[in-house]
Design a protein around this ligand. Structure first.
Ligand code: PMP
Ligand code: GLN
Length: 381
């Protein structure tokens, strides 16, 4: 008999909804991935390095070329001097970086604060580390962090707070004031801050990304996690990185070397070249904002009320009428009967809180978004 270490964990909602969408031939606005191509130039650089024979193991923490380039981008973007040798590690996507962070920093018996709705990998990995996730609910429509509740939940076992900004699934972002609160509680209680910033570049115009990397106070206690999958429309390439002080980085690498050991060489070298030109990533916010505006206005008059969002490629909507079935059942029915797949947001709440919310991914061509919206206009409850 297998004694599960994760008895209550099933298959991720993204996998479930994508499979159903494929089965039904629906428009898949559920799982988050773009339907437009990776830059031709970037693909050419990958080919170039493959043909040039760069096909053997890269150094465990990542190629020096890529880590040096990341250090340059970090200083340009966040004004944070970062040592590529000791503070940057390349991972097989944000997912592996999160796994290595939780596994190396969190001890059995610890408590870790997680804000719901939360990305699905945090809770199970915290549990695998033998720790207890402590979920705090963020409420629609603003999804602001309730700092009084955070302070009240912190005790001597609390070892970390997980934040995600820009936030999946809500599209909310943390403010300068949130960052100040984070600094205060982290300092007062000696906590790690695990900051999932994979959507750092998908921030709509007029907003600021308050990365933990901007904070001198958090320098010795924060891990910032990024993903090239989001920034370069290449979710299938599974490559990302983490920035943390040398003491933390040493621990992250101890786990990384026994999970994947290293990340594929030609893509690392190609990414290093591609990132040299900021034009390749600086306009992502405007690009996605146009899609967000197109999609949300095409929902006008439908049963789906778009909520404000400031970044990511997800649009949260609230149903204008009350459901008498669960949001899961509604999303499933909509996929089967109407032909558009979405994610039921209760999947992101540990307690299954159902506020009648759905998440749509708008990282799609305009034609697809308009076609989906035309169908959604006719959906009834
Ligand atoms: N964090 C969040 C909030 C995400 O949405 C995702 C994936 N979409 C990840 C982490 C994982 O990133 P990756 O695909 O690079 O593993
Ligand atoms: N991050 C993607 C999303 O939120 C999915 C990634 C996955 O399927 N694991 O949709």
């Amino acid at each position: 008999m297998v004694k599960s270490k994760l008895p209550s964990t099933g298959t991720s909602i993204f996998t479930v909804m994508s499979a159903l969408s494929n089965e039904c031939g629906a428009i898949n606005l559920a799982q988050g991935f773009p339907d437009f191509p990776v830059s031709e130039k970037l693909v050419e650089r990958v080919h170039y390095y493959m043909k040039a024979g760069k096909n053997q193991y890269a150094p465990m923490p990542g190629t020096p070329e890529l880590r040096n380039q990341i250090a340059e981008v970090v200083i340009d973007t966040y004004d944070r001097p970062t040592d590529p040798a000791e503070e940057i590690t390349v991972f097989a996507g944000g997912t592996e970086a999160l796994f290595a962070t939780f596994t190396s920093l969190i001890h059995p018996g610890d408590e870790v604060i997680v804000f719901d709705p939360a990305y699905d990998s945090y809770d199970p990995v915290i549990r695998l580390a033998g720790a207890q996730p402590v979920h705090i609910r963020l409420n629609p429509p603003s999804f602001h962090i309730p700092w009084d509740e955070v302070r009240a939940k912190i005790n001597s076992r609390t070892s970390a707070i997980v934040i995600n900004t820009p936030h999946n699934p809500t599209g909310s972002i943390i403010s300068a004031d949130d960052l100040m609160n984070l600094e205060q509680v982290a300092e007062q209680n000696d906590l790690y801050i695990i900051s999932d910033e994979v959507y750092e570049r998908i921030l709509f115009p007029g907003n600021t990304h308050h990365s933990v990397l901007r904070s001198e106070t958090l320098r010795k206690r924060a891990v910032a996690i990024f993903s090239f999958g989001k920034t370069f429309h290449a979710t299938g390439w599974k490559i990302g990185y983490a920035v943390a002080c040398p003491e933390i980085t040493t621990e992250l690498r101890k786990v990384h070397q026994f999970v994947t050991f290293t990340v594929n060489t030609p893509i690392q070298l190609a990414m290093a070249d591609h990132m040299k030109n900021p034009e390749n990533y600086l306009h992502l916010g405007q690009f996605f904002h146009r899609k967000q505006k197109l999609f949300s206005s095409a929902l006008d008059g439908s049963i789906f009320e778009p909520l404000d969002c400031f970044g990511t490629y997800f649009q949260m909507v609230r149903l204008r009428e009350t459901l008498d079935i669960s949001d899961h059942e509604f999303a499933e029915k909509m996929t089967r009967e109407d032909g558009v797949a979405a994610i039921p947001v209760s999947a992101f709440y540990e307690d299954g809180y159902n506020a009648g919310l759905l998440r749509f991914c708008f990282a799609k061509g305009e034609e697809t978004l308009l076609k989906a919206a035309e169908i959604l206009q006719k959906v009834t409850i």
